[in-house]
Design a protein around this ligand. Structure first.
Ligand SMILES: Cc1ncc(COP(=O)(O)O)c(C=O)c1O
Length: 401
């Protein structure tokens, strides 16, 4: 077997199952999972009908490049959402089966593992804590993951000014996540432009994971995106920049497995070849549905309203007992715990049947031995309003004991 497989960490949910082993919650309490990242709101009503109408697609092999109707819808959405002048649907957009597989496969296509220097393997930079796929993708691409701590002091996003030139010089790929998972923090336009300048200077690729970009609080202030920063700099070729977007969180369709990668055609062309061999074309009927979903914003606004209500209600219940900070965007509370995060999650689950994710499982210790996820838990407000409120009340009673 590939020896690099042994470098992969157990996934956070495996660690959570091990933490809970032998600790049963009270039998009468219904479990409430705030640990998962899976949206539980209803999908748009038109999806089932569109999917059924296009079931004939089951009898054809889909093309990896995707249908023009979908690529056109995606390009138009990008232009509307981020104020872009032009996105070429033929060369600057690729549909993917959810961004998870795309983040992984893009890394395999980008990293040049032959470029090992006296300083070591190529680096893939990523925030810490982080979406776990970045690390696994880097390891299996033959690169070394390099973690950029996201702490309260650095505004819950990496402090890019603290990265030394010799690290940038070894960097082939930089992952950014805005809004961040788990912190919900955004990268502002100035930072995005600074990263583009660094990419010009050192030649690395920027992969911006923006899959939470449509879940935000102020309708007048949607989060900025990397392609938007490129456009403001007059770079319509989006050189060395790609973004990842998904229908999973935006439209409550995690089971559709539908997202896209967009940006620099010089990167997407070889990536398309990689995907052709990898065998990851999106089923035709999913493409047809996705084209329609990207064209509809009404359900996305309703979705945001529901998250807004839940954040308000849960904040009011928990703020007196926990140091809560509403995120900039996304659907997670990233909460400092009284005491170790894993013990907090274990005891909370045992006493209240509410599950939260210990922050240490989402992060790695740096050279200083500090794990920036420690002392925090991630609470996802993905369940319905009444379930989230019930969970908050149980957490409050737990803390009062
Ligand atoms: C930060 C981040 N990126 C990407 C994904 C992958 O989402 P999907 O594959 O459903 O598009 C997730 C899923 O939870 C995530 O949290």
């Amino acid at each position: 077997m590939n020896p690099d497989l042994s470098l992969l960490h157990p996934y956070p949910f495996e660690k959570l199952a091990a933490l809970f082993k032998g600790h049963q919650p009270p039998a009468g309490l219904a479990p409430i999972a705030l640990s998962i990242g899976e949206p539980r709101h209803a999908a748009p009503a038109f999806v089932a009908e569109t999917l059924t109408r296009h079931l004939g697609g089951l009898s054809t092999y889909p093309s990896t490049l995707g249908l023009p109707v979908l690529r056109d819808a995606i390009a138009a959405w990008l232009c509307r959402r981020f104020g872009l002048a032009a996105v070429d649907p033929a060369s600057q957009v690729l549909p993917v089966n959810g961004t998870r597989e795309a983040l992984f496969s893009f890394t395999q296509a980008v990293v040049d593992r032959s470029r090992v220097t006296a300083a070591g393997k190529p680096l893939v930079l990523m925030p810490n804590p982080f979406y776990q796929i970045y690390e696994g993708a880097a390891l299996l691409a033959g690169a070394e993951p390099h973690f950029l701590p996201c702490t309260a002091a650095s505004g819950l996003q990496p402090d890019f000014d603290a990265v030394p030139d010799d690290v940038w010089a070894r960097t082939q790929l930089l992952f950014i996540c805005t809004p961040g998972n788990p912190t919900g923090a955004l990268l502002g336009m100035d930072t995005l432009k600074k990263l583009i300048a660094l990419s010009d200077r050192f030649g690395f690729v920027i992969a911006s994971d923006e899959c939470y970009s449509e879940i935000y609080f102020d309708e007048a202030q949607p989060p900025a995106g990397l392609l938007q920063a490129c456009a403001e700099l007059g770079r319509d070729d989006y050189r060395n920049c790609v973004v990842f977007h998904s229908l999973s969180k935006r439209s409550n369709l995690p089971g559709l497995r539908s997202g896209f990668v967009a940006g620099d055609a010089k990167l997407l062309s070889p990536y398309l070849r990689y995907r052709t061999y990898h065998g990851s074309a999106m089923p035709v009927q999913h493409q047809q549905v996705s084209a329609q979903v990207w064209q509809d914003e009404a359900h996305v606004r309703d979705n945001r309203a529901l998250y807004r209500e839940k954040f308000d209600r849960v904040f009011d219940i928990l703020n007196p007992v926990l140091p809560l900070r509403k995120p900039d965007a996304g659907f997670y509370f990233w909460v400092a715990t009284p005491g170790p995060d894993d013990a907090f999650a274990r005891d909370l689950h045992r006493e209240t049947a509410v599950t939260v994710l210990p922050g240490r499982y989402l992060a790695r210790s740096g050279d200083d031995g500090v794990n920036p996820g420690e002392g925090h838990v991630r609470m996802a407000l993905v369940a319905g309003v009444s379930e989230c409120v019930e969970a908050a009340q149980r957490i409050r009673q737990f803390l009062a004991r």
